[in-house]
Ligand binder design. Structure first.
Ligand code: XMP
Length: 503
């Protein structure tokens, strides 16, 4: 496996994901992790990430020097390169001006760049620069601005690059990472098939003859988890709470698919209860709290009725784990979780088989486990469902309007082949009504907002440049088929400053 030592770069996760895409298992540790912690993972190679600090800052994070002396194949990226230079006896200086954006490697040599010909486009983002190499190292890449854009150690296995091979703006970056893995002799056996076999075995071993309870949201993570439990042949119950805030046909789709694949599923009809609790409530955080509470009550009821269960299975993913470890101090802007807050007396032990996996890997597992594509490739959908996409009070009438509009938007995205090109698309029903004409009459119809975003990690997002002809067709279809909607608008705000959801 490869350890990515994190010095705070926004791209650290991307590095780990890229390595996994290359079928090498990787984990992220804080850049300052002591030798003992590093050794515990028995890494075959190290990557030092970039970071926002300058090596001249006395408080800048630094690796444990003993880690660098292990002699493991190492790749330093950006700040990671400067750390290597400084720690191993080279020199770093503050460059005259920051180099930011696309640059061209006008010259490159050595095994890290094997297979690359001519000028190579790379992505730069740095202020300091290496001006003297550590003893024995040599320059292996330069740009017009930067005579030491890449360097390599005499061992032939340790390298450093000033640019970011992990980002899409370095189109041949994957080739460089692959070269590094090869030179480092890292095993590339991290395939979905391998993960499936290992995970099934691990779940079976951990659970033994005990019983497992799972809250099924119908999203890809919990659905795949249910399938994994079924595949492992453990005694499980998946509970799907229909809170009435779901999309058109969602419950039936999830129910049909998972039952057919051997999941032991119980669907709880709780629409009345949720809508009653939400009556008259307009504040978004209040809605979330009410829904969270009602969910916990319904779910705990089932747990008591059908229990006892030893384990509660959750689809926690690696990014959640990294985040809660505090590695990436992303402030919690909304209170996200549903299953938290279960009463203590239920005494569950948590079973989180996906806590080392990225979402793409869960999707790959889902494919092997036979989860149908509409569920497997589905965009994320918030736990509180359509309640946070209806601004103001949630009523049956509004739910029905939004459900139809959402379904038309999503179906058209699929028809136009655009669904997979955006990370998330949604329709928001506003409480605004605007004037329109229907025949010869004036009418007041709701204003519906459409939103589609592209993003790698949902922490930041850009609004999707959907074709105008497509938006035109969506607006026509929605206003024709859903007469209560009088106007359709498209949200062109990125995150930040806006969030992805409207509430
Ligand atoms: P925001 O709106 O914060 O959303 O930019 C980021 C991602 O989180 C989802 N989201 C939620 N998921 N419960 C959830 O389970 C929630 O209350 C919630 N609010 C937002 C949102 O859909 C997006 O994918």
């Amino acid at each position: 496996m490869v350890l990515v030592l994190d010095f705070g770069s926004q791209y650290t996760r991307l590095i780990a994901r890229r390595l996994r895409e290359l079928r090498a298992f990787s984990l992220i540790l804080p850049g300052t992790a002591p030798l003992e912690e590093v050794l515990r993972h028995n890494p075959q190679a190290l990557i030092l990430s970039g970071g926002p600090n300058s090596v001249f800052d006395p408080h800048a994070p630094r690796p444990d020097p003993r880690v660098l002396r292990l002699g493991l194949p190492t790749l330093g990226i950006c700040y990671g390169m400067q750390l290597l230079a400084q720690e191993l006896g080279g020199k770093v200086e503050r460059a005259g001006r920051a180099e930011y954006g696309k640059a061209l490697l006008t010259r490159h040599t050595g095994p890290l760049f094997r297979g690359l010909e001519g000028e190579v486009q790379v992505w730069m983002s740095h202020q300091d620069a290496v001006t003297e190499l550590p003893p024995g190292w040599r320059v292996s890449g330069e740009t017009e601005e930067n005579p030491v854009a890449a360097m390599e150690a005499p061992d032939g296995k340790t390298f450093a690059v000033q640019f970011h091979p992990e980002v899409a703006h370095t189109p041949k970056g994957m080739q460089m990472l692959e070269n590094f893995l090869e030179l480092a002799g890292v095993r590339r056996d991290w395939t979905p098939e391998h993960i499936l076999v290992e995970w099934v075995r691990a779940v079976r071993e951990r659970v033994g003859g005990e019983r497992v309870l799972l809250a099924l949201s119908g999203g890809v993570d919990s659905s795949t988890l249910a399938l994994l439990l079924a595949k492992a042949g453990v005694d499980h119950l998946a509970v799907f709470v229909d809170h009435g805030l779901l999309r058109l046909g969602e419950r039936e789709e999830v129910e049909g698919a998972l039952r057919a694949l051997g999941v032991n599923l119980r669907v709880v009809e709780a629409k009345g209860r949720f809508l009653k609790a939400l009556k008259g409530v307009e504040d978004p955080e209040e809605k979330r709290k009410i829904i969270g509470r009602a969910f916990v009550e319904v779910f705990s009821g089932v747990a008591r009725e059908e229990g006892p269960f030893r384990f509660l299975a959750q689809g926690t993913l690696y990014p959640d784990v990294i985040e809660s470890a505090g590695g990436h101090g992303a402030a919690k802007i909304k209170s996200h979780h549903n299953v938290g807050g279960l009463p203590e007396d239920l005494g569950f032990e948590l079973l989180e088989p996906f806590r080392l996996l990225f979402k793409d890997e869960v999707r790959e597992l889902a494919l092997l486990l036979g989860l149908p594509d509409p569920i497997r490739l589905r965009h994320p959908f918030p736990g509180p469902g359509l309640a946070v996409r209806i601004l103001g009070e949630v009523t049956e009438e509004r739910l029905s309007i939004l459900r139809q509009a959402d379904d038309l938007f999503t179906s058209l995205l699929r028809e136009w082949g655009l669904y997979g090109q955006v990370a998330q698309a949604l329709a928001v029903l506003t409480p605004l009504r605007s004037v329109g004409v229907a025949g010869d009459e004036r009418k007041y119809g709701y204003v519906l907002a459409l939103r589609a975003v592209t993003t790698e990690d949902f922490m930041t997002a850009d609004w999707a440049r959907l074709p105008l002809e497509f938006l035109d067709e969506v607006a026509r279809r929605i206003t024709r088929r859903v007469p209560e909607i009088g106007r359709v608008v498209y949200d062109i705000t990125s995150k930040p400053p806006a969030t992805i959801e409207w509430e």
